[in-house]
Design a protein around this ligand. Structure first.
Ligand SMILES: *Cc1c(COP(=O)(O)O)cnc(C)c1O
Length: 430
């Protein structure tokens, strides 16, 4: 599959080049040249297919021929080595749990898939690739874990000192090997600015191959379309009119869901559930796209003022506002509403949701008000214990720590402190 740049000022790219480069040379996001729907027989027999088989069929066209089928089978099987259960809350609302991976955030799947693609492309290459990524929390851990031990790939993660949770910090600073953590004296925005400067610094990029590992990278973005198929497999015999409510920040996850729909998955509608960082909610009302600086909330992985994947959504809908609005609703919720929802879910269904999932639940409820015949699935994007303080405060019960979390808690943190871009550059060049 070839990819074009959404800035339309760069040559088309192979999948391999798009994965290695991340962004097109004109700074545009890559988008696949074509999307061929899967045959009806695929959906008819989905009950007989394993998750790996579903994922393999769904992603094949986007990575062929550069990744041969036998290699892709292995990549998909290794990526999906944990479960994706749907839990029913009532007849209209279910949740799809995406937190059973090694770092207990949904970003595990994209990170593991991308790491294996990059490892495959780089296996006979003497030139190492450096993955440079800024994180406000979950991305760092998922990328660190996904890329651990991948030959020919070094990972450098920048995180803001004192602004990620203790668990998140442990997840990205304790792995060693090819993973290096840089603790930045500054905010997440400072981390991101340093990464951007590095990508534009020719005196650096002429000496090393840098790539990104956030959802702008097609190999991290596209595998997220699997989730929607896995939920459909579990629900289609019980419900028609399946709707997905996706807690959204950079809009990579929901945009991947729209790709699954393009592949023919019968999804009735999408709900983009936002905290008060609600540029898309406002856009669907006013048709004006007005990014703003981000505001800190308890669902901090969605504190994004200018969602980078929204341009891909516009492309899927050929920039047509009316068809987009027919298929996408968006609602925005405050922290107070989110906490009240966490308590409601706990009291009514004896289920502990994390703040991101709770925003998704509220999105379902708002949509169901107008569309009572739908079955709405909200994505539970992180395990509640990753947000232990907030969760225990709301449900007033101590939460048991899962294996994945316990195993990092006792490990020793290793991080290099950086303050300026020059510090980062010196680090990378040594
Ligand atoms: C990254 C993240 C999100 C937002 O996903 P996008 O693809 O950026 O919209 C939501 N919840 C959690 C827990 C996350 O880590």
């Amino acid at each position: 599959m070839n990819y074009y740049s959404l800035n339309h000022k760069a040559p088309n790219s192979t999948f391999k080049n798009a994965v290695i480069k991340g962004l097109a040379p004109d700074k545009g996001l890559y988008f696949p040249e074509s999307i061929t729907p899967l045959p009806k027989s695929f959906f008819d027999k989905i009950d007989d297919l394993s998750y790996s088989e579903i994922a393999f069929e769904a992603i094949k066209q986007f990575v062929a021929p550069e990744i041969p089928e036998d290699v892709l089978k292995t990549i998909v099987e290794e990526t999906l080595s944990f479960d994706f259960p749907v839990v029913k809350l009532n007849d209209n609302i279910s949740t799809l749990e995406l937190f059973h991976g090694p770092t207990m955030a949904f970003k595990d799947v994209g990170a593991r898939f991308m790491a294996r693609c990059l490892g495959y492309f780089n296996k006979n290459n003497d030139k190492e690739v450096t993955v440079l990524v800024a994180t406000s929390g979950d991305t760092g851990g998922a990328v660190a874990n996904g890329f651990l031990g991948v030959k020919g790939v070094n990972v450098v993660i920048l995180y803001p000192s004192g602004k990620v949770s203790e668990i998140q910090e442990k997840q990205l600073t304790t792995l060693g090997q090819n993973i290096k953590a840089l603790e930045v004296n500054g905010t997440f925005d400072d981390c991101q600015a340093m990464v951007k400067t590095a990508f534009l610094d020719e005196s650096l990029t002429s000496q090393m191959q840098l790539t990104s590992a956030n959802s702008i990278n097609v190999a991290r973005w596209l595998p997220q379309l699997f989730y929607f198929m896995f939920a459909y497999k579990q629900l289609h015999n019980q419900y028609d009119n399946i709707v997905f409510s996706v807690p959204s920040g950079n809009f990579g996850n929901i945009c991947a869901g729209m790709m699954a729909q393009k592949l023919g998955l019968p999804i009735k509608h999408f709900v983009a559930s936002n905290n008060v960082n609600n540029v898309v909610t406002r856009y669907l009302i006013s048709q004006l796209y007005e990014p703003k600086p981000s505001i800190q909330t308890i669902s901090n992985a969605m504190d994004v003022g200018a969602p980078s994947n929204f341009i891909r959504i516009q492309e899927i809908y050929k920039n047509d506002f009316v068809t987009l609005k027919e298929n996408l609703s968006s609602f925005s919720f405050t922290d107070e509403e989110t906490k009240a929802a966490m308590l409601e879910i706990f009291e009514n269904y004896n289920y502990v949701a994390d703040p991101h999932g709770a925003v998704g639940y509220l999105g379902c409820k708002s949509y169901l008000n107008e569309n009572p015949d739908a079955h709405c699935v909200f994505l539970e994007t992180a395990h509640p214990t990753k947000f232990l303080d907030v969760v225990e405060n709301v449900v007033k019960e101590e939460q048991p720590l899962p294996e994945q979390i316990q195993s990092v808690m006792g490990k020793e943190k290793e991080a290099v402190i950086v303050s300026t871009y020059q510090d980062l550059k010196d680090f990378l060049l040594n």
